[in-house]
Design a protein around this ligand. Structure first.
Ligand SMILES: O=C[C@H](O)COP(=O)(O)O
Length: 333
């Protein structure tokens, strides 16, 4: 078993807040590049299969990795029965993700999550609950999760959410454009979404569980980046298959290639079904290996997760106190 070395807690503390990254402006659609993109499924699956078993973090560094994971969470609630009260409680958790004494003990008293992610109607209560905290509100948009409402309405929805105070917009792409090979159509759609976002950063949700092949995932990743996506994101959390390690490898390698060609760093957001601290550590290790330390910051990496924080909080409590707390004590996290 090998051990992943990383920076200590104090290093993490001094590295936050992260440096400001120039925004990806996009580029003309390069169809040769898109069509050259390939994904060797068996090689990718072989590599992904080695990750969870062999990655372990040294005990002293565990708290630092868990703190880093927290700072990269888009703390999410996307349910039909969301209410302003539930969102206010979620925002309280976003501002104080772990017990104050635990944060003191690990030397990160001001630690918060990366963002709070909600549906449009919950933006106003989230903005109000997060006032003064510096935590941005992200809104899912464009007919989330299926993205099948009229195009003009999808674009208008973005504008409404930006007006309501969302600083990040998580759009869903039209899966059918990928499945029918309409790369030009996907590029134009993504361009329009990016334009409608204005200053708000845009995350392009590929819904990889519905794209059929890893090659489609690679091509859709490139097209969305060429059209100006600030982040590419795996899933809505509502597909049958959400974030996976093989898909993450493909998307991270597309990001790496895009950076090598253009000099612009695009962010990565695995989302859906990530609920355990050890899974979060595997993702962070993969980001470190495939993209490098610069991507291990909330401006370039997020977890889309509704229940991950609770498990991380339990692990941190155990790290500091030597005892696990009951999971019911970590509601809404
Ligand atoms: O984007 C975030 C996802 O919807 C969250 O999915 P999850 O509830 O499986 O963590």
């Amino acid at each position: 078993m090998t051990t992943t070395q990383t920076t200590a807690t104090t290093d993490l503390a001094t590295q936050l807040p992260q440096a400001v990254e120039p925004r990806n402006p996009g580029m003309p659609l390069d169809m040769d590049w898109v069509m050259r993109a390939r994904a060797n499924r068996s090689a990718i699956e072989r590599r992904a299969a080695t990750l969870p078993g062999r990655r372990s973090v040294k005990k002293d560094h565990q708290a630092a990795w868990m703190a880093r994971a927290i700072s990269c969470i888009d703390l999410t609630t996307l349910a039909g029965d969301d209410t302003p009260g539930r969102v206010a409680r979620l925002c309280a958790k976003a501002k104080q993700p772990v017990r104050a004494d635990i944060l003191e003990a690990i030397g990160l008293p001001g630690l918060t999550v990366g963002a709070v992610c909600v549906y449009h109607d919950m933006i106003a209560p989230a903005v109000s609950a997060l006032q003064g905290s510096g935590i941005p509100v992200a809104a899912v948009s464009t007919g989330f999760p299926a993205g099948l409402s009229p195009f003009a309405l999808r674009v208008a929805e973005i504008g409404e959410s930006v007006k309501a105070g969302a600083r990040e917009i998580d759009i869903v792409i039209s899966r059918r454009k990928v499945l029918t090979g309409d790369w030009q159509g996907l590029y134009e759609e993504m361009r329009a979404f990016r334009e409608a976002c204005g200053e708000a950063h845009v995350k392009a949700i590929l819904a990889t569980g519905e794209l059929g092949t890893l090659q489609n995932v690679a091509r859709a990743s490139l097209v969305c980046m060429m059209a100006g996506a600030d982040f590419i994101k795996t899933s809505t959390g509502k597909e049958g298959v959400n974030a996976t390690l093989p898909v993450s490898l493909v998307m991270m390698r597309a990001i790496r290639e895009y950076y090598a060609r253009t000099g612009y760093r695009v962010g990565y957001k695995p989302a859906g079904g990530i609920s355990k601290a050890k899974d979060a550590a595997t993702y962070l290790a993969l980001v470190k290996e495939e993209l490098g330390d610069r991507w291990l910051r909330p401006d370039l990496f997020r977890f889309g997760a509704s229940s991950l924080l609770g498990d991380i909080e339990r692990q941190l409590e155990h790290h500091v106190t030597g005892a696990y707390s009951a999971s019911w004590r970590h509601a809404l996290a």
